[in-house]
Design a binder for this molecule. Structure first.
Ligand SMILES: *Cc1c(COP(=O)(O)O)cnc(C)c1O
Length: 396
């Protein structure tokens, strides 16, 4: 009797096929097998490319990172971006990979809420020093620089008041003081703004938002403009365990294929919604970066051109009661604290992202009780604008 080499516990290869799948397969494998020790040598020594262990890399992460690298205009000579398990993971790996205890960071004072918490609560515990400064004023950023400053971290458009940072001025400050400029490009996306073309050394994304676009995956990406920066970010992500899972990367790649279509549609909807809200009874003010009545309109034009992106904020006349009536009346639009979903979502900063501030602190930023932030999606514009303006009419 000949021995049967098969067994249900044996790891089989997939059947040989001369044709290949059109869609990227999902590679859940944690580990990759090699032919022999010499092959492993050539892989570790960079003479052959391949994978070994999923935390260190897998095809789904590579495919996703390559697409975002390309969208952000990375030169292949700089190395590759790294995909992390979340946007916060991307920021954390970047900081942990590059900075030492004692280094000083100048950070925008209107960053994403968790980033602000990282700056004010967690990093100081680890020996990093932080100064927050207003990124719409490059002079304020410059005034915060110290001899130990290694990094400036800003977002281009702030949440939820949509103020536009003085990116040209900040890039000049970074160059003059020889500090790294890090830009969280989540709100603007590479469709509106490509930070590497404006002096950024490192770019960060929460892929979770517009890039993936369907609120079904949490991932992040970080990349720098030198191989040293990218190696440092990658090594921190792998060592601290921050890399993303194959299935999440696969979902994000699927979402990314329609990113530009979704973005353009959402932006056109946002522009039309802002226009409609301006003449809606009960709306005290409307914020949209490319509108002529926006406080940073000229800077938005210079930096973003016509790309105002998909976020529109507005202030309702009235307080909590009016807001709640509006949210009830707008029953088909999700009241949910995220952004960049294919469907429109509404958020109320005073009770969510900015609830930690005092009322005076919120008012100093222009966040009234009637302040609503809209992440505009890809609905039919007439339907969307009709629903929102009718809900406002019911509430005020
Ligand atoms: C959501 C967000 C983050 C954090 O991303 P997660 O994927 O939720 O961890 C960081 N920065 C900005 C601007 C964001 O909107």
């Amino acid at each position: 009797m000949t021995e049967d080499p098969r067994s249900i516990v044996r790891r089989q290869s997939v059947p040989h096929s001369v044709s290949r799948p059109v869609v990227t397969p999902i590679y859940p494998s944690v580990v990759y097998r090699s032919t022999d020790a010499d092959e492993l040598d050539s892989q570790y020594e960079g003479r052959a490319s391949g994978y070994t262990y999923a935390r260190e890399g897998h095809p789904n992460a590579s495919v996703l990172a390559e697409k975002i690298d390309w969208l952000e205009g990375m030169d292949p000579a700089w190395g590759k971006g790294t995909v992390m398990g979340s946007g916060m993971g991307a920021i954390s790996a970047m900081l942990l990979g590059i900075l030492q205890a004692g280094d000083h960071i100048v950070a925008g004072d209107q960053l994403y809420g968790r980033s602000l918490r990282l700056m004010t609560k967690d990093l100081p515990r680890l020996g990093y020093e932080i100064t927050l400064a207003d990124p719409t004023d490059a002079g304020a950023i410059a005034a915060a620089i110290r001899p130990e400053t290694r990094m400036i971290l800003v977002e281009v458009v702030s949440n939820p008041t949509l103020r536009v940072a003085d990116m040209e001025g900040i890039a000049r400050v970074a160059r003059e003081h020889d500090v790294l400029l890090v830009v969280d490009n989540t709100f603007t996306t590479p469709r509106a703004f490509r930070p590497f073309e404006h002096g950024a050394d490192i770019v960060i994304h929460s892929i979770t938002k517009l890039l993936a676009g369907h609120s079904d995956v949490t991932l992040g990406w970080a990349a720098g403009r030198t191989p040293e920066l990218n190696t440092a970010i990658y090594d921190a992500a792998v060592t601290w365990g921050m890399t993303g899972s194959p299935f999440d990367c696969w979902l994000a790649e699927r979402g990314l294929h329609t990113f530009e279509l979704r973005y353009d549609r959402a932006q056109a909807n946002a522009t039309a919604l802002a226009e409609a809200l301006v003449s809606t009874q009960g709306v005290a003010s409307v914020l949209y970066p490319t509108r002529p009545d926006h406080p940073d309109h000229n800077r938005a034009k210079a930096l973003l051109g016509d790309q105002g992106a998909n976020m529109v904020s507005f202030r309702l006349d009235g307080g909590r009661e009016t807001v709640n009536q509006f949210l009830h009346a707008a029953e088909h639009i999700a009241f949910a604290p995220t952004l960049g979903d294919i469907g429109t979502t509404l958020s109320h900063p005073a009770s969510s992202s900015h609830r930690g501030l005092t009322e005076a602190g919120r008012l100093a930023l222009g966040i009234t009780e009637g302040f609503i932030r809209t992440s505009v999606g890809c609905e039919d514009p007439d339907q969307l604008i009709g629903e929102i303006t009718k809900a406002i009419a019911k509430a005020v």
